[in-house]
Design a protein around this ligand. Structure first.
Ligand code: GRF
Length: 206
């Protein structure tokens, strides 16, 4: 079987990107990663990609006069590399229905909360301030509604009395690094089915 092409979009330090690359190096993930794309030139994860010999693109949204033109540029890069799956690994831009309609494949996102609670920015801080006893992370499919697509997997993290935003975020992030590659593997192997909002995951569908 030919390997699938996976593109990874980032905005920040790229620890989730690094987790994916490590799992690929260990042969846990069988895919090509033709490029890593960032919307900011100061995204530290670009260095992570370079260290792994992966081509990088910086497509800065501020250089485009509209979201559509920005997304057309993203689509151009994606099409050039015949990408099958996109992973948003800390990509802090919303992709509109324009992008989603024109990309024929799954787009995965990792969110640092137990969706549907705390979608959007500063999820860990808001969860802590709300007083939840369990926080966590979610890997979901990207759809037109922000952080609201069908859920592939979630991990629960207990909140401790002495937690700060930083300590909680760190414990969530450690789980993100396990969960995101696991879901990517399921998607690469096609061991899932989506019925309505539910993602049904199988041990081995084929
Ligand atoms: C993660 O917490 C992710 O859930 C959120 O942004 C953070 C990205 O971290 N969307 P990194 O850039 O992968 O280190």
């Amino acid at each position: 079987m030919t390997k699938k092409n996976v593109a990874i979009f980032i905005s920040g330090k790229g620890s989730n990107l690094e987790a994916i690359l490590k799992k690929r190096d260990m042969s846990f993930l069988d895919c090509n990663i033709p490029f890593v794309l960032a919307n900011r030139k100061d995204a530290k994860g670009l260095q992570v990609a370079k260290e792994h010999g992966i081509q990088t693109y910086i497509v800065d949204h501020r250089c485009f006069t509209s979201r559509q033109l920005y997304e057309d540029k993203l689509l151009e890069v994606v099409q050039k590399h015949a990408i099958d799956i996109i992973v948003l690994a800390g990509f802090m831009r919303i992709l509109s229905s324009h992008f989603i309609r024109h990309f024929d494949g799954p787009i995965l996102n990792i969110h640092p909360a137990l969706l549907p609670s705390f979608p959007g920015l500063n999820a860990q801080k808001r969860a802590l301030e709300y007083g939840v006893k369990f926080a966590g992370c979610t890997v979901h499919l990207v759809t037109d509604n922000v952080d609201a697509g069908p859920i592939f997997a979630q991990e629960i993290i207990p909140v401790f009395n002495d937690d700060s935003e930083e300590s909680l975020s760190l414990r969530i992030l450690e789980r993100e690094h396990i969960l995101l590659p696991e879901v990517l593997r399921i998607v690469l192997e096609g061991n899932y089915e989506i019925t309505g909002r539910r993602v049904l995951i199988y041990d081995d569908k084929n």
